[in-house]
Design a protein. Sequence first.
Length: 231
Amino acid sequence: MRQAILRPFTPGKHAKSERIHAKIWLMIAQALFTPAQQKLLGLLFVRVNDGFHLNEIMRLTGLGSASAQRELKRLHESGLIVSERIGNVRQFRPNKQSPVYEELSSIVKKTFGVVSVLNSALAPLRRSLNVAFIYGPSAREQEASTEPLELLLIGENTTYGELLNRLPIAERILRRRINPNLYSVPDFQRRLREKQPFILKVLEDRKVFVLGDDVDLDEILRSENQDAEAI
């Protein structure tokens, strides 16, 4: 019996526009800030109400002592961050009184926010993952919410063990639990072929891509449709 062919996911104009804008913001940020500054801003401006001491900043960003101190001094002298001594340590946080706080916070959230933190955490698995994206309510309220992040990943030769080794640092930075759903390409295509409700709902819902994009997801769906046609 010939199986019903599912239409491939085709992103609308809004999704394409968002992807283009995200790339533009990233280019702007890369032109304005060094990689070390991006890591610091991504940490401090994602958790704006938290203070971080030097050792904690080094641990969460991977920066060395000299580099972290140098960049913190620059950001402090420019008035973008403030510091406060608590006990024996000095903590740093964004300066909400800075005249450019709102603009800088907006840039950081568009480029170094949740997506950037997850992208950095998953970077070592990039070759084995076809696509990864946030879905559901957490995709609609990435920065404001404290609810768990729902993350769907499709790829080959990746295990939950590898993910669980990579995601804790992202959870510490974001202070949010991350719930990964990992599928191999054949397994995802099988579930799609069976029209499993969860998969269909995820495909219809808003997505925020962490690795890959809608073109990569569409390629997986097109491949499934071609297999179905051949049956």
